[in-house]
Every structure is written in structure tokens, then in C-alpha cells.
Write a protein that binds this ligand. Structure first.
Ligand code: DGL
Length: 263
């Protein structure tokens, strides 16, 4: 079991931003990544459909021998992780917007959350916001159309910066000093966001905390792989492997093989 890879899935290329942090923190571990891009975005699907896709992805990762699964998608975590934990005998790591660290570090007392409609409307998000809402003001903004743009790999157009500025300036005007990226696709936008936001606004994503959580759980479950080796990385997509490879290369990180798979 220790020799198995860490399985990671997302509705598409977004979970690569989590994969990158996992490989940085656990460079000896093998990984298998599934991009369910043929069914993105999950946020516009009914909960039952998101659960079905999460079950399909998890079964596939189990077929690849995964010893742990990281559900690298806020929408799938909210809608499916409880059922996945019930059905499969391996540890699962989920994702949720990093409201806690932003709330604890905010000096202005105002933070912003950029997320999909599905995440902003979820019970998990409501619960987390409620637990910090008394001490801190949390401003919300739906990242309309952003997942589709990142899936298409079209991040170079200058009007994307203008679109992001229009979305975020109202939160800046209200004193936001931390912007939480509540979707694993959005760290692809960080270089553009840094040009659009004033320097006092810190951008917070959940990649590193999730990698730390994976390390802690592997240690606890005695599932850590042998540290003297360098991990191998395989990526599968049910859409265009060239695009997945391009998005992976954009992030950097260790090399791996990318191929198409029907799932
Ligand atoms: N990466 C997914 C997330 O973090 C994208 C959401 C979607 O597919 O709607 O929620």
C-alpha cells in the first residue's frame, strides 16, 4: 500500500495547482492525476451528478492503486467527500476555501473570497463563513466564467485583467486585505491578479495547507513512501492532453506523462 501513488482528481486542470504543492512537499511520492475536463464545470451540475463523477474518478484512481485520494476541487468536496469516505477504505483529503488563515491574518478586518457559484452557495462555505463572520467581514464574489476560461487555456487576452479588476475593485474599495481563492482553478490567475490588485492585498490559496494535510495523514496512517526515491507522475484527461500538458508546464513542477483516457 505504501508504494501506491497519491490519487488526485478535479473537474479539470484546476487541481494541478494542488498537485504542484503536493509534489513540492512530498517529492518522493508517486502521483496519478485525473482531469475530468469533459464534465467541467462541476459547479453547474446537480449534486447527484457531481457525486456520480466523483465516484467514477475515485474508482479509476483506486484501479491505479491509489493509497490516498485528494479531492482537489471545492465543489466535489462539498458534494461528495462524505459519501466517498463511506464507500472507499482509503484516506481522503478535501478542499475548502482558506478563510481561516486569511481571517486570522487580516489587519483590516475585511477579506474577500473569489469562488464558483456552487461553492459560495454550499453549506460548508456558509458554516465556515458563519464561524468567522462575527470577527471579520467576508466579501464574496462569484468568479463568473473563470473556470471555463482556464479550462480553455485562454489566459493571455488583455481583457481578462480588466474583467478581474471589475470583479475585485469593489472589494478593494471596501478595505479587503486578503483575497481567498476559493477554487483550485484560480491560482492559474495569480500572476494576472498580482498586476490588478494593490500590493497590500495578499492572495491566499489552499494548495500548501492541503499538501501539509496529506503529509500529516500519510504519516498518521503509516502510508509514506520511501523518501530516497523521486516520485513518478502520471496525468490522465478525458479531454485534450495537449492542453493539460500546457497548463501543467505553465505551473512548473516535476515532469510526468500525460495521456487521454475515457472515464
Ligand atoms: N476546481 C474546481 C473547484 O475548486 C472547479 C469548480 C467547477 O468545476 O465548477 O471547485
Amino acid at each position: 500500500m505504501k508504494a501506491g501513488p497519491i490519487g488526485i482528481f478535479d473537474s479539470g486542470v484546476g487541481g494541478l495547482t494542488v498537485w504542484k504543492e503536493v509534489t513540492a512537499l512530498l517529492p518522493w511520492e508517486d502521483t496519478v492525476y485525473l482531469a475530468d475536463s469533459a464534465h467541467a464545470p462541476y459547479g453547474e451540475k446537480p449534486p447527484e451528478a457531481i457525486l456520480q463523477r466523483s465516484l467514477v474518478c475515485t474508482r479509476k484512481l483506486m484501479d491505479f492503486g491509489a493509497k490516498m485520494v485528494i479531492v482537489a476541487c471545492n465543489t466535489a468536496t462539498t458534494n461528495a467527500i462524505a459519501e466517498l469516505r463511506r464507500q472507499f477504505p482509503i484516506p481522503f483529503i478535501g478542499i475548502e476555501p482558506a478563510i481561516k488563515p486569511a481571517a486570522l491574518q487580516s489587519a483590516s478586518g475585511t477579506i474577500g473570497v473569489l469562488a464558483t457559484r456552487g461553492t459560495l452557495a454550499s453549506e460548508l462555505f456558509a458554516r465556515t463563513s458563519r464561524s468567522y463572520g462575527a470577527q471579520i467581514r467576508i466579501l464574496e464574489q462569484e468568479g463568473e466564467d473563470l473556470v471555463a476560461r482556464i479550462e480553455a487555456g485562454t489566459l493571455e487576452q488583455p481583457e481578462l485583467g480588466e474583467k478581474l479588476r471589475a470583479m475585485l475593485q469593489p472589494m478593494v474599495d471596501q478595505g479587503m486585505d486578503h483575497l481567498v481563492l476559493g477554487c483550485t482553478h484560480y491560482p492559474f490567475l495569480t500572476p494576472i491578479l498580482q498586476t490588478v490588485l494593490p500590493p497590500q492585498v495578499r492572495i491566499v490559496d489552499c494548495g500548501l495547507p492541503v499538501a501539509r494535510q496529506a503529509l500529516a495523514v500519510l504519516e498518521r496512517e503509516d502510508l509514506l513512501g520511501p523518501r530516497e526515491e523521486t516520485g513518478e507522475h502520471r496525468f490522465w484527461t478525458n479531454a485534450d492532453p495537449v492542453l493539460l500538458d500546457r497548463m501543467r508546464a505553465r505551473l512548473g513542477g516535476p515532469p510526468g506523462t500525460v495521456a487521454a483516457l475515457d472515464f
